[in-house]
Design a protein around this ligand. Structure first.
Ligand code: HEM
Ligand code: HEM
Length: 167
């Protein structure tokens, strides 16, 4: 969903002013708020449930890098939609999510705040792109070079099997 939002965000920003541009933004914002809800649920789940241990062959620095980059991605995944919501609020743009639910404002109408939030939204985007290059590169490095289970254990049902084996 997030990779799709990168594309949708860019297309919406660069689209010529028209009713279609507004529609693209309504989709961008609606899906963005949906992502915010899903990420908050995921964080609650992550904090209350066990996760499979990293493979034994991983060095301390690799474990630290994995944990830090995952944590930073969670921060970015929350801050991206929140900063978008601040842009929308500061612009005082009346928004109905999916054309149905009125989104309340979380910031006062303010042009300067709007520009700052736009800068934050854009900067976070590039930070997330950099983190994802590292992340996806690492996933394929584990799979193709180290040949461990990191990538394949993302498949449904795998965690249950691993836990059973551990218990
Ligand atoms: C995970 C969620 C989101 C992602 C990954 C995302 C990504 C992007 C990207 C890549 C752009 C184009 C680059 C830029 O100008 O920053 C953009 C623009 C924009 N996004 Fe989002 N976005 C998300 C959520 C939201 C939400 C929830 C809202 C509003 C409720 C929103 C409002 C906007 C606006 C107003 C722009 C245009 C900013 C400008 O003109 O500079 N975004 N977004
Ligand atoms: C081609 C795309 C992607 C691949 C191949 C991939 C691969 C993986 C793999 C294999 C793991 C599991 C690591 C483990 O079992 O310990 C993982 C975890 C994770 N991925 Fe991705 N990923 C991709 C895209 C993304 C995207 C777009 C995001 C969000 C921006 C993301 C965020 C995360 C996070 C936060 C974790 C840590 C989960 C946790 O421990 O709670 N990934 N990814």
């Amino acid at each position: 969903m997030i990779l799709g939002m990168f594309a949708l965000g860019w297309i919406a920003v660069n689209y010529p002013m028209s009713p279609t541009k507004i529609k693209l933004f309504v989709w961008h914002k609606s899906i963005g708020i949906t992502i915010l809800i899903l990420v908050l649920l995921r964080i609650a789940w992550r904090l209350t449930d066990r996760t499979p241990a990293l493979p034994n062959h991983m060095q301390t620095w690799e474990r630290r890098l994995a944990h830090t980059s995952h944590a930073l991605m969670y921060v970015a995944m929350v801050m991206m939609p929140l900063s978008g919501w601040v842009i929308n609020s500061a612009a005082n743009f009346p928004l109905r999510l999916y054309g149905l639910i009125r989104l309340p404002n979380i910031a006062p109408a303010d042009k300067a705040l709007q520009s700052q939030a736009e800068l934050v939204h854009m900067t976070l985007f590039w930070i997330l792109v950099a983190l994802l290059l590292l992340h996806i590169g690492a996933a394929f490095w584990h799979h193709l070079k180290l040949r461990d289970q990191i990538l394949t254990r993302m498949l449904p049902g795998t965690t249950r099997r691993l836990r059973k084996a551990a218990d």
